[in-house]
Design a protein around this ligand. Structure first.
Ligand SMILES: [Zn+2]
Length: 234
């Protein structure tokens, strides 16, 4: 009898352990983006590296070198909705005349990643991450995080603060840093604003495309983009 009880307990313990191992699997199975009212344009996400060979990727979220300290993307890729991607291409061509290319940190971001960022960010830093109950413009494929690089050296320029730095140095109006750093930040801003992007003031690297409200919040992983959900770039 005692052995039978012990056996049952062992089986229960094993079952509980298996549950622990299996249940915390994909967050996206457990949580979903907010339901939105209204009609939206059909998503048409374009892969940025297919637009122009000088567009560099520096997808920090596919590496441990980001504010979460671990990779949150399984692939280093960047997408934007087609009108935003075409506007970015015009930005790239304008900047080329000044000797700069763009390095993209992030474009379209699946909603489940926005939720993860929110959960990992302390309350006093939440201005730097989007509220998942509202979604991010990155989730709509209409926001891009980027910097400039020198076309001659291939090296990213030095801005007044680092990407994803959660301090006042990230503000677009931060008066510190060197005059050259501020000039580069303002060069990027002028080029982006000329093509319908607007900066998110607390973050010099974040730009929203003017049509963001026409696109729904998406929760597709990068490998799902282009599989009938959205056409790949031409
Ligand atoms: Zn951003």
């Amino acid at each position: 009898m005692r052995d039978a009880l012990k056996f049952a307990r062992t089986r229960l313990a094993i079952a509980a352990l298996l549950c622990l191992l299996v249940l915390p699997s994909p967050m996206r199975a457990q949580e979903q983006p907010p339901k939105e009212e209204g009609t939206f344009r059909a998503p048409d996400l374009v892969e940025l590296t297919e637009l122009d060979k000088t567009i560099k990727l520096d997808i920090r979220y596919a590496t441990p070198n980001n504010f979460t300290g671990r990779p949150v993307y399984t692939e280093a890729r960047a997408f934007l909705q087609r009108p935003a991607a075409e506007a970015l291409l015009r930005v790239v061509r304008a900047l080329r005349k000044q000797g700069y290319g763009v390095a993209v940190f992030d474009g379209y971001r699946p909603w489940f990643v926005t939720k993860l960022f929110w959960d990992l960010t302390p309350a006093d830093k939440k201005q730097f991450v989007a509220d998942p109950s509202k979604g991010s413009r990155h989730n709509r494929g209409c926001a891009v995080d980027l910097t400039l690089y020198d076309l001659k050296t291939g090296r990213e320029v030095s801005m007044p603060g680092e990407y994803d730095e959660m301090t006042e140095r990230s503000h677009i109006s931060y008066a510190g840093g060197t005059a050259e750093q501020r000039r580069l930040r303002d060069t990027l801003r002028a080029a982006m604003e000329a093509e319908g992007f607007s900066v998110y003031e607390p973050e010099w690297w974040h730009y929203d495309y003017k049509d963001w409200k026409f696109y729904p919040i998406l929760n597709l992983s990068f490998s799902e983009v282009g599989r009938g959900h959205a056409r790949p770039g031409k």
